[in-house]
Design a protein around this ligand. Structure first.
Ligand code: DQA
Length: 144
């Protein structure tokens, strides 16, 4: 089963971006980790990243139209993009919100997620482990 792992702004800079907050694994390392675990779980995982809100919204439309399950790290869009939330709300398959860091342990503006209420669930605070947990949760949900 095909699954999209969608990453929003600044996540392509993983590894060099604030490693004390986001870890030292590179974006390529994240892609590898998701694809490898996906294969073990019988999922064909496609990982994408964009700094562009419109592009992320178009990918969410693609997921809605194709009934594709999604693991979504919206980056800072999490906290304010109602347009992205409205796109995520059109999902026809499970969608799991993920964060590397624990936003609730950080600045106040990160304590609000505008997508949480339209997601199937959220995993946050485990570094790239958040993505692994999300893929396992998806696999379980897809298995029925
Ligand atoms: C993030 C948390 C957001 O607050 C931040 O803007 C990011 C990354 C995370 O994965 O921890 O870009 O989504």
């Amino acid at each position: 089963r095909r699954v999209l792992v969608l990453n929003g702004p600044n996540l392509g800079r993983l590894g060099s971006r604030e490693p004390d907050v986001y870890g030292s694994t590179s974006y390529e390392g994240l892609v590898d980790a998701c694809r490898t675990l996906g294969a073990e779980l019988g999922l064909d995982v496609e990982v994408r990243e964009t700094n562009d809100e419109g592009e992320l919204i178009r990918w969410l439309h693609e997921a809605a139209d194709g009934a594709l399950p999604v693991v979504l790290n919206p980056g800072a869009f999490t906290h304010y993009s109602y347009a992205m939330r409205d796109a995520a709300a059109q999902r026809t398959a499970p969608l799991i919100e993920v964060h590397l860091s624990n936003p609730y342990a950080r600045e106040e503006f990160r304590h609000t997620s505008v997508v949480a209420a339209v997601a199937s669930g959220t995993v946050a605070g485990f570094g790239i482990g958040s993505y692994r947990l999300a893929l396992r949760a998806l696999a379980e949900r897809l298995a029925g």
